[in-house]
Ligand binder design. Structure first.
Ligand SMILES: *[C@@H]1O[C@H](CO)[C@@H](O)[C@H](O)[C@H]1NC(C)=O
Ligand SMILES: *[C@@H]1O[C@H](CO)[C@@H](O)[C@H](O)[C@H]1NC(C)=O
Ligand SMILES: *[C@@H]1O[C@H](CO)[C@@H](O)[C@H](O)[C@H]1NC(C)=O
Ligand SMILES: *[C@@H]1O[C@H](CO)[C@@H](O)[C@H](O)[C@H]1NC(C)=O
Ligand SMILES: *[C@@H]1O[C@H](CO)[C@@H](O)[C@H](O)[C@H]1NC(C)=O
Ligand SMILES: *[C@@H]1O[C@H](CO)[C@@H](O)[C@H](O)[C@H]1NC(C)=O
Ligand SMILES: *[C@@H]1O[C@H](CO)[C@@H](O)[C@H](O)[C@H]1NC(C)=O
Length: 234
């Protein structure tokens, strides 16, 4: 049943249904065997978040979200401090990863900006395009970096590249605290893309701020086309 009341939507579950859910999760996981202590880990040389996840028996995405990582695959520096979350019943190693969905369609231009993106460690042109919801061809029509090979080759970091813009279009940008999750989660919540969040916050990678707090970032949201007649500009 769905009720609309003063603009709020309530979803009522019958009692039987609610209790059968909790019984199922109770029997599938003995919570007394979980390590509910949070901790701190210092990344070893070249260690990835996935290797750390193995070492501490946590889900890689649970760690990424606990550290409010822009992107779980962003390389860590040696001795970088990583917060370790309590163990959970279902460790999540995958839902934070930015991957191409089957049959997804991509755009020819970025809705609402910005005009440039600064390349990050681990980037390829194909990955930058995916993060911005662009086709690779659309990105390559405006972007260029020195020694550019194929779209799946690593690109030099710290390079400012031009992005194809949808004109006219706009986003709202305002400061906001980044409390939990990765940019992929944030992008869904804000109606933007992980690449746009990266472009507006080029130096942020993760935080060891206490849970419930976080850095103030440029939150880019509500990106929309402003016409049916869109042209691509750079
Ligand atoms: C529980 O996890 C914390 C954080 O990773 C770790 O420091 C601690 O050693 C673990 N405890 C046990 C009993 O494994
Ligand atoms: C880390 O990676 C660098 C560059 O690939 C390599 O030279 C170095 O030997 C690696 N170190 C370890 C401990 O694997
Ligand atoms: C996630 O990774 C952890 C640590 O490597 C592993 O123990 C667990 O089985 C993995 N879970 C899934 C669902 O792949
Ligand atoms: C993707 O497209 C192919 C071919 O059009 C189709 O057979 C397939 O079911 C689609 N997959 C999904 C997940 O929609
Ligand atoms: C990506 O672009 C396609 C094509 O314009 C659009 O249909 C889709 O909604 C966009 N997805 C996101 C997450 O912006
Ligand atoms: C991530 O940011 C921290 C703090 O700004 C910095 O010390 C660290 O070197 C950065 N990591 C990478 C890989 O850029
Ligand atoms: C669409 O916009 C372009 C450039 O702004 C303009 O030249 C063209 O006449 C417009 N087309 C229509 C159908 O309005």
């Amino acid at each position: 049943m769905v009720f609309h009341s003063a603009g709020l939507i309530f979803l009522l579950l019958p009692f039987g249904l609610g209790s059968s859910f909790s019984e199922r999760s109770h029997t599938s996981c003995d919570t007394s065997t979980l390590n509910t202590t949070s901790g701190v880990y210092y990344a070893k040389e070249n260690q990835t978040i996935f290797q750390i996840a193995d070492a501490v028996e946590r889900g890689a995405c649970d760690i990424a979200r606990y550290n409010r990582m822009a992107d779980a695959i962003f390389p860590l520096t040696t001795n970088e401090e990583i917060l370790i979350p309590p163990q959970v019943c279902k460790p999540d190693n995958s839902t934070c990863l930015i991957v191409a969905k089957p049959n997804a369609t991509y755009a020819d231009c970025v809705v609402g900006g910005p005009h440039t993106y600064t390349t990050l460690a681990g980037d390829t042109m194909a990955y930058i395009a995916l993060k911005l919801n662009l086709t690779v061809d659309a990105l390559l029509s405006t972007a260029w970096v020195p020694n550019m090979g194929s779209s799946t080759d690593p690109v030099e970091t710290g390079q400012s590249i031009k992005l194809p813009q949808c004109s006219p279009s706009q986003c709202t940008v305002r400061p906001g605290e980044f409390i939990y999750g990765t940019y992929k989660d944030l992008a869904v919540k804000l109606g933007t893309t992980p690449g746009q969040l990266m472009a507006f916050n080029p130096t942020y990678n993760h935080t060891v701020a206490p849970q419930g707090e976080g850095p103030v970032l440029s939150m880019v949201s509500d990106c929309v086309l402003l016409s049916n007649n869109i042209s691509v500009i750079s």
